[in-house]
Design a protein. Structure first.
Lengths: 389, 319
């Protein structure tokens, strides 16, 4: 311990003498905590792959400091997430924690970020209130409110007047239901019924039958990405598309990672989301190509792009603070950051630390024999409508 | 006469190894300060496993839903901290007490039927509670979890620190005290009647053991201890979410008892240490595929046998 202190003192004095150059000795650590096993495993795999891709493309040295990425599996259990974050902060002395697959995990960890003044970059969990849980939270994924408000606006303009909503019964689902209904009714639409299905192993059949009997113009759906495929299948099996009921949803339902497996029944489904692997920009084309090449042809989804941008935010903040890596300075540097992402132009809202991004309206179409979400409309610079403060 | 009672009591005496084990355990938060957080987690899981062993190993009642009491204790303690007062010890007592009551209520359900129906009933109770914790979001915060649990210092002196040393020490001390209590209990005449019930319920009834009462009592005690373990988790992580009722938790401790051995107080503890350390070490090496290695380990353990796994020299012993 003593020698360690002396070394630190030496480093400090030399840094005072030789300016910033001397700090280069220790690495800058990023603790990435994700669900790598269990129900949400696909989120973890996409995100880890994207983070590693970013490092491979942009080098692992920033402002003279070597970047070290530590990946941990929290098995989607919130107290595990918290313990891992705590260990990363206390033992590994990470400079930034990132990841967080589900809302409770992020919520459980947020007080820790405040306590230790460690920036916490949320790259997945999508409930609005997360950024309010700690002043050190910065989000690069999206919020459900962003996506659902956009879908509601689009629906109001496209001859859809009666809608039934169907969401998974948990935080993000309730957000989706609330913000869709608010916007849709404000635009003169009518919500016939609001259905909630259980989060784990849902059976959609009885709910869909109800929808069929009620015959609305459209069914608005939010379910987390894994459940989308089975919902779609049952929707088609019941011939609801032929009965004239449109399926509109947030992009989680037609997740790029699983879209191809859903079959042609998914064709024509309209969704609103912030990212499609088919986004027509050069940056995105390069990103998709590099991602597929590095991961056995796996298509990047909205989780991957969030982790990719999360890494970008961390890299840029480190550059802006000249490699110092102090928690407060990093968060300050992240606020208001504006850049081009594979999903399009995005920025970090300086007031809420939440992401501001374009929300695209997309329709599932076939391209080169594969299913893609093809963008046909865009709402520019959508802030999170879910902030209460 | 003297020697007979001595030999009968011999197995309930403290052995040197036990003393060494607990001394080391109680000092571990200081000795291994870097690992205080994982120690805390292991201790909580060990206590939870111990509570299941009381009914499974000692009384022969199978359960796939012991997380019901664990989670109930966790939520009770967390809500106590928010709405009543932040003192950890009182919260712990409250959590354990509430779980005791729930255990007493639920014991009615497990008195009848076969093992299979018991598996189903216990599982169902845990599932119901999990769904309740999800639905009653005004009370529990729903799926997002219970926010804003602020714990006061232990005994009014020791604040929970970010390195987790107070947490580990607190959990260890509570677990040690409860262990003493459990140890006394299973070596008492009461404990002997439990094993009698486990070995042959009909015969136990015939020699005049009040089987139903005994099962109800031990089930409630076991529930209280599981509740205490849950309370420790909620207090040391200042958080509770419906996940505390998860089936995985009930299954994990069953697995831990399989690893460590049932009907043996140190079984749950050793199992918890082995299981959690394996998980921690392997998952930090390969975050994606660690479950495969745990599975492989379990299969190897079952095929080779625990005895020969723990004491490799027994491979060569004469049968």
């Amino acid at each position: 311990m003593k020698t360690c202190n002396i070394l630190r003192l030496a480093a400090l004095t030399s840094s005072l003498i030789f300016s910033a150059g001397a700090i280069a000795a220790d690495s800058f650590k990023i603790g990435l905590i994700l669900p790598m096993t269990g129900q949400q495993a696909s989120t973890g795999r996409q995100e880890e792959a994207a983070a590693r891709l970013y490092m491979a493309q942009h080098g692992d040295t920033v402002a003279g400091r070597k970047i070290e990425l530590i990946v941990k599996d929290d098995t989607t259990v919130p107290d595990m997430t918290k313990r891992l974050a705590q260990e990363l902060i206390v033992n590994d002395k990470v400079n930034v924690i990132a990841g967080f697959g589900i809302t409770p995990s992020a919520m459980a960890t947020a007080p820790l970020a405040t306590q230790s003044k460690t920036p916490m970059v949320v790259t997945a969990a999508a409930t609005s209130s997360i950024t309010e849980a700690s002043p050190y939270v910065v989000r690069t994924s999206f919020t459900l409110a962003q996506a659902s408000v956009s879908v509601a606006n689009w629906a109001g303009k496209n001859k859809i007047s009666k809608v039934i909503t169907l969401v998974s019964d948990y935080g993000p689902g309730k957000d989706a239901e609330k913000y869709f209904s608010q916007t849709f009714t404000a635009n003169g639409g009518q919500i016939v019924e609001s259905l909630r299905v259980p989060l784990m192993n849902p059976d959609f059949a009885p709910f869909l039958q109800k929808v069929r009997d009620a015959k609305p113009d459209a069914l608005f759906v939010f379910v987390p990405s894994g459940s989308g495929a089975s919902l779609m299948k049952q929707f088609i099996e019941r011939g609801m598309d032929k009965a004239g009921i449109k399926l509109i949803a947030t992009g989680d339902v037609t997740d790029d990672d699983q879209l191809n497996g859903m079959g042609d029944g998914a064709l024509g489904v309209v969704t609103g989301h912030h990212y499609s692997a088919a986004h027509p920009s050069k940056m995105n084309k390069d990103f998709v190509k590099a991602f597929e090449k590095a991961n056995n042809g796996m298509r990047p989804n909205f989780m991957a792009v969030a982790a990719y941008d999360g890494m970008h935010v961390i890299y840029e903040a480190l550059k802006a603070t000249k490699g110092e890596g102090d928690g407060d300075a990093l968060v300050t540097a992240m606020k208001g950051m504006k850049f081009e992402s594979p999903r399009g132009p995005i920025s970090i809202d300086p007031d809420t630390r939440d992401i501001v991004q374009n929300i695209y309206m997309r329709k599932v179409e076939k391209q080169h024999g594969q299913l893609y979400n093809i963008e046909f409309d865009v709402l520019k610079d959508v802030k999170d409508p879910g902030k209460t403060k | 006469m003297e020697s007979a009672s001595l030999s009968l009591q011999a197995h309930s005496r403290w052995k040197h190894l036990e003393t060494v084990f607990w001394l080391f355990a109680l000092l571990s938060p200081w000795l291994l300060a870097k690992h205080a957080l994982i120690i805390n987690e292991i201790v909580i899981v060990a206590l939870f496993a111990l509570s299941l062993d009381l009914i499974l190993g000692y009384t022969g009642i199978v359960s796939l839903g012991h997380a019901a009491f664990f989670g109930f204790g966790a939520y009770s303690a967390a809500l106590f901290a928010i709405h009543v007062m932040p003192d950890p010890l009182l919260g712990l007592l409250f959590g354990a007490g509430i779980s005791l009551l729930l255990g007493a209520l639920c014991s009615v359900l497990i008195l009848r039927g076969s093992d299979l129906t018991r598996l189903m009933v216990t599982l169902a109770v845990a599932l119901i509670l999990k769904e309740l914790s999800n639905k009653l979001s005004w009370l529990t915060g729903g799926t997002d979890g219970l926010q804003g649990v602020m714990m006061g210092p232990v005994l009014g002196k020791f604040d929970f620190d970010i390195r987790g040393i107070t947490a580990a020490w607190y959990s260890l001390a509570v677990t040690f005290l409860l262990f003493l209590l459990i140890r006394r209990l299973v070596h008492s005449p009461f404990g002997a009647t439990l094993t009698a019930i486990r070995d042959n319920r009909l015969r136990a009834m015939a020699i005049g053991i009040p089987v139903s009462t005994r099962i109800a009592v031990i089930y409630s005690i076991s529930a209280a201890i599981a509740g205490a373990a849950g309370a420790l988790l909620a207090q040391t992580s200042s958080f509770a979410s419906p996940d505390v009722f998860a089936f995985d938790r009930s299954a994990d401790i069953l697995l831990i008892l399989v690893i460590g051995g049932t009907g043996w107080l140190y079984g749950g503890i050793i199992g918890a240490i082995v299981f959690k350390l394996l998980q921690d070490v392997i998952s930090s090496i390969t975050p994606e595929y660690w479950t495969f290695w745990i599975g492989a380990f379990l299969i190897a353990l079952v095929i080779v046998g625990r005895e020969r796994f723990l004491y490799p020299w027994k491979w060569f012993a004469k049968r």
